[in-house]
Design a protein around this ligand. Structure first.
Ligand code: AMP
Length: 510
């Protein structure tokens, strides 16, 4: 095992703190500024609060709150304390959150005060979008709440300790918890810091949500590891983005952010002159977007590829050929292969399943020995579910998604989860949920429905029913009604055929 793979996040962040030079580490646009000392003092206090609440090493701390520095502080406190940080997408409904609470059995649940209490043996605390609530009150008065930074150093964390549990939607319709260790996250942050040339002088525009690996690990761990700083937006907002561009050197976004920036005349070579690096990921960046962005700004967006279970796997190079339409070569330390159905490794130019191994790859799904047996090859490679091809220079081209995942505005929707809700609606015989190209969202969730003979149903009530059960980004944007679904000889619905049939169709039959 090399030096990188045994690093922990506290060690990594301590190095970053020592290198930090800017007067602030976080500047909230239109709000508070945090010095490095001030941020880490709050983290130290919050470590004390976890102790005072009897949260033990290995206990899960579930957080479902709007993006705020208080949530970031909670994450940092957990990884120092030894508690396992479990961030939940704020769009998840109470039904979805309850399912995850039952599965993960956290000892502490922190949610927005507008949310219902969830059942379970945990302690519940509140935290609102402004960072106020019983949780921050507890941190302020924690016994020993000295904010002594020394608690951050002497913490006894080990590389193989679980640091975070991130739920990602499953093909079975139920989200599954990906177990990420200190080592997975720290080793990936070191590699990204080096590959993307992060320095203490860098200032990142942070506009991504922090319940997801992209905004939480890729953006934050990398910045803090390098001793760099952030300009912080609660969410993507075009005006705020253009106001912030002159003050930042790095921008990380999903393709939707780049298409929105491109749609604005304020995106010019001058307005982006201070930025040294634009990074895109989480969903495919169209070649046309890459090219239009370069023509307008002279910047070639660096596209990278990763997933919740593995953090980052590949990236186009900082210096070298950044190729539109590819996600670049494997990052240092990541082994990546393309295999056929029989598990045989394929050669240059052959299309097959993408499998990966490395210090960044998660240690398995929480409570799911069944999946851990099938999703890893016998030699430890993880089956990503993505389909791709390596070219002669070992750049990865992603071709599709074996698991029919839909990515809408950078967020994942597994069709089966939506189909289960639609199929249960009176009058619906069956449904197939597909992603159709959408200029704004990348893909729009679309439901293709077959009605029961002689029974009518109304798509408006169906939409309402879906809204009650599903996070808003999973609710279909269009409902299309057909007489029957196309099926192959094995009885499987042919989604590719549906995408072909409706991909170019205009209008909305709902
Ligand atoms: P998540 O677990 O939410 O990060 O989603 C991971 C999935 O997003 C991957 O398995 C890919 O299918 C997809 N993905 C991530 N980055 C890219 C990219 N640059 N291009 C295409 N798909 C991507």
């Amino acid at each position: 095992m090399d030096a990188v793979s045994i690093l922990t996040l506290p060690q990594l962040f301590a190095t970053g703190r020592a290198r930090h030079i800017a007067s602030s580490v976080i500047d909230i646009v239109g709000g508070r500024t945090y010095s490095s000392w001030g941020l880490w003092r709050e983290v130290a206090r919050t470590v004390d609060a976890l102790d005072a609440l009897d949260v033990h090493v290995g206990d899960r701390v579930l957080v479902q709150c709007e993006k705020s520095v208080a949530v970031l502080v909670t994450y940092l406190a957990c990884v120092h304390h030894g508690a396992v940080f479990l961030p939940l997408n704020t769009a998840y409904t109470d039904v979805e959150a309850q399912w995850i609470v039952d599965d993960a059995t956290p000892s502490l649940v922190i949610r927005d005060p507008s949310r219902l209490m969830l059942r379970g043996a945990h302690r519940s605390m509140s935290l609102d979008a402004a960072g106020h609530g019983s949780w921050t009150d507890a941190a302020a008065v924690a016994p020993g709440g000295s904010g002594e930074l020394s608690v951050l150093g002497a913490n006894g964390r080990r590389g193989h300790d679980l640091a975070a549990l991130l739920y990602t939607s499953g093909t079975t319709g139920r989200p599954k918890g990906a177990m990420l260790t200190q080592n997975n996250l720290a080793s990936n942050a070191v590699v990204l810091t080096e590959c993307w040339g992060f320095e203490p002088t860098d200032r990142l525009l942070h506009m991504l949500p922090i319940f997801h690996a992209h905004g939480l690990f890729v953006a934050i761990n990398t910045t803090l590891a390098a001793g760099a700083s952030m300009v912080w937006l609660p969410r993507f907002d075009t005006d705020a983005v253009f106001a912030s561009l002159p003050n930042v050197t790095v921008v990380m976004g999903v393709p939707t952010h780049y298409t929105r920036m491109l749609a604005d005349p304020r995106l010019t070579e001058q307005s982006s002159a201070r930025v040294r690096l634009f990074v895109s990921g989480s969903a495919p960046l169209l070649q046309s977007t890459h090219e239009a962005f370069e023509a307008r700004t002279q910047h070639k967006i660096v596209e990278r590829y990763g997933m919740t279970e593995t953090v980052m796997l590949t990236s186009n190079p900082l210096s070298g050929d950044r190729r539109a339409g590819t996600v670049g070569p494997a990052l240092p330390g990541v082994e990546l292969r393309i295999v056929n159905d029989a598990g045989r490794t394929l050669g240059t130019g052959d299309v097959g399943a993408v499998e990966v191994r490395g210090p960044n790859v998660f240690s398995g799904y929480w409570n799911r020995p069944d999946l851990n047996a099938t999703e890893f090859a016998p030699d430890g490679f993880f089956r990503t579910g993505d389909v791709g091809m390596l070219d002669a220079d070992r750049y990865l081209w992603l071709i599709g998604r074996a698991k029919d995942l839909i990515i809408t505005g950078g967020l994942n929707v597994y069709p089966i989860e939506v189909e289960e809700v639609l199929d249960a609606f009176p009058g619906v015989a069956e449904s197939a949920v597909i992603g159709l190209p959408d200029p704004d969202f990348g893909e729009a969730v679309t439901a293709v429905l077959v009605g029961k003979p002689g029974e009518a149903f109304d798509t408006e009530s169906l939409r309402d029913a879906a809204r009650e059960r599903l996070a808003v980004f999973k609710v279909p944007k269009r409902f299309l009604i057909v007489d029957s679904l196309p099926r192959n000889a094995m009885g499987k619905v042919e989604k590719a055929k549906l995408r072909e049939m409706f991909g170019r169709a205009e209008g909305d039959s709902s």
